[in-house]
Structure formats: C-alpha cells, structure tokens
Design a protein around this ligand. Structure first.
Ligand SMILES: [Zn+2]
Length: 347
C-alpha cells in the first residue's frame, strides 16, 4: 500500500518512546518464512508453493477473507516449540520497536479444534514470555481469547480446559478476550461466560466496533463489563456512547494498518483515530495481526503520525495511553511513564 516516505528521525524518536502493545494476536504474527519452516518441521501441507505466494494471497476484502487465511496458516503450529518460536519472533520485533510491555491474545480454540492440547499452547507461549522477560527486558501478559463465531458452550469448555493451568501461569495469564468474525456475533452471546470470568477475577477485554456497529461497543461495556475495547472505531457513530467512553476513560486499542488492510477505512488519512484522540478518548495504537497487515507496532505509529498529521505531543499521549491502559501494576506504569517523559524530551 502506498505510504508517504518515512522520516527516519521521526521513526527513531518514536522507537525510543517506551510503549506497550495491548491488541496483538500471536497467531497473527506468523510470518510466511516461519509458516514454511514450521510446515516443513511438522510435515503439514500448505496450499502455497512459496513464501511469495503466501504474501500474494494477503489481499483481503474484509475481516472474513483474512480470517480464512489466518486459520489455514495456524495449522502449522503443532508443538510447544512451535508456539515458543512464534512468540519469540514477535517479542524480538516488539523489543526492536521500543515496546516495553505486551499483552498478547491467543485463541486456544484455533488449536484445540485440530487436536492440539491447550497445555501445549500455554507452555510454548509462556516459555517465550519468560525468556523475553529475562533476556530482552520486555514484560508480557496473556489474554485467552474466545472465538466469537463459535458457541458460548464452546467458550465455557475452553475456559474449563484452561483453568487447571491457571496457577502454573499466574504471572502471565491475567485476562480474557473475544475475537474473530464480529458481524452477527454480538457480545451478548458471551454474557454468561464473561460473568463467570469476572467472578474468577480475570481482566476483561473484547473486540467491538471494528466491522460491527457502535451498539456492540455498548454491549461489550454494559453486558460483558470489559475494561478495554479492542478496536472500537465505530464508537464515533454514537455520540452518547463516545462521551461515556471518554468520561470513563475506557481505552480503545486501535489498529490503524489493520483497519486499512481490511477495508474498515479506505485511506489512512480518513481514519478517525486522531478525531477520537482529540475528542479526549483514551486511544492506543496497536498492530493486531502484523504478519498479515503489513506492519508492526512502530509501523502503525509512523504511518498514523504521517497520515493524520499527529503532533509529537499527541504521539507521546498515545504512548502514555498504552502504558496507562495496560494491566501492569501501578508502580511499573509510573516507572515507564517517567522514562517516557525523559525519552519524549530528546530529539
Ligand atoms: Zn484483533
């Protein structure tokens, strides 16, 4: 997609800002090169002749056309080592982009439905996050996400399968998310499983208002009682809802390049991220599924800065929002926000 030439100084300044990523699907970080490597390792047939053929297939018309390819790609993930390698590749990219903390969504049902044990998924992701904490200096959390095109019963079964693992991954697994095909799968469909997750003390987030209407954002907020809305860009269709989001400082984890690639916006210059931010909404910038959408976190910051003419103060606010909206302890947030202030004043 055509982008304005990047200002290297702006990119380096943005890279140096401590930032968190809050909307990232680990399965969506599977680069074609790793897809082929894992397919070879596990002898999984792929419907593509080459890495270039995979990239050529990344021409999506909407959310569903992406999801079809995304689930096919995930079929190469089989062993604990595969999940570890996938996550480590992302975490190195995250460190290189100046991310200091990441909250990673993963979809157990994508894997358990093809016979992979949920413990294999947890073990591989957790070992990578712990290695990254020790060797890359980047902290991480896991958000177990339910696939909304499946039933609530299936979500309950997934939760039941995961709960025995909770203690072993208590340092990482803090929350619950809801993703996949939004249209026709309103948040309300998962009201009971979210109520159960709230009782269990999990932090709650849900995708809403990406392709679905603003009413889904309201439902996610009022019925599922989420702490953050993933995407939420359609919230601006409902001024009263937007005022509620602003007053309650509900974070929106916006993914600009994802929205562009899936046709949520025709051009990045038309994205409402800047309008939402300037109206006082707690907007954050994230990559969603970077291997498929042509950009990681820093690419999303740079592209948004250029297309929407964001000021340096606004970019610092976006970075600060990402730290504030994270599920990090207050002391960690304060420490990173102090470092952000120092980094922002340079250059
Ligand atoms: Zn997403």
């Amino acid at each position: 997609m055509p982008q304005a030439p990047c200002d290297p100084a702006l990119r380096e300044w943005l890279r140096a800002l401590p930032k968190a990523e809050l909307h990232l699907h680990i399965e969506g970080t599977l680069e074609p090169e790793l897809m082929f490597e894992l397919a070879g390792r596990n002898k999984v047939p792929l419907p593509y002749a080459s890495v270039d053929a995979v990239r050529a297939a990344y021409r999506f018309t909407d959310l569903q056309s992406f999801l079809d390819l995304y689930y096919a790609g995930a079929s190469v993930l089989v062993t604990e080592q595969d999940f570890h390698d996938l996550a480590m590749a992302y975490l190195r990219r995250a460190r290189d982009d100046g991310l200091v903390h990441v909250e990673i969504m993963f979809d157990p049902q994508t894997h358990t439905h093809r016979g992979i044990a949920i413990g294999t998924v947890f073990a591989g992701l957790a070992s990578a996050l712990r290695e990254a904490r020790d060797t890359l200096g980047i902290s991480g959390r896991l958000l177990l996400s339910f696939l909304r095109h499946l039933s609530e019963e299936d979500a309950f079964a997934t939760l039941d399968a995961a709960l025995p693992l909770r203690e072993a991954y208590a340092d990482l697994w803090v929350g619950i998310g809801l993703d996949s095909s939004e249209k026709g799968n309103p948040p309300e469909k998962f009201a009971r499983v979210y109520a159960r997750c709230a009782e269990l003390g999990f932090r709650l987030v849900a995708h809403a208002g990406e392709e679905g209407p603003a009413a889904y954002v309201r439902e996610a907020l009022e019925t599922l009682k989420v702490a953050r809305i993933d995407h939420g860009v359609r919230s601006s269709d409902d001024p009263a809802l937007l005022q509620t989001l602003i007053q309650r400082r509900i974070p929106l984890t916006v993914c600009p390049l994802s929205n562009l690639k899936l046709g949520v916006v025709r051009d990045l210059s038309e994205h409402n991220l800047a309008r939402l931010l300037r109206a006082g909404a707690m907007v954050t910038i994230n990559a969603d599924d970077p291997a498929y959408f042509g950009g990681y976190a820093l690419d999303n910051y740079v592209a948004s800065a250029q297309a929407l003419d964001l000021s340096r103060d606004e970019l610092v606010t976006l970075a600060a929002n990402s730290l504030q909206a994270s599920f990090l302890p207050a002391a960690d947030k304060t420490r990173w926000l102090d470092q952000l202030a120092v980094a922002a004043s340079r250059g």
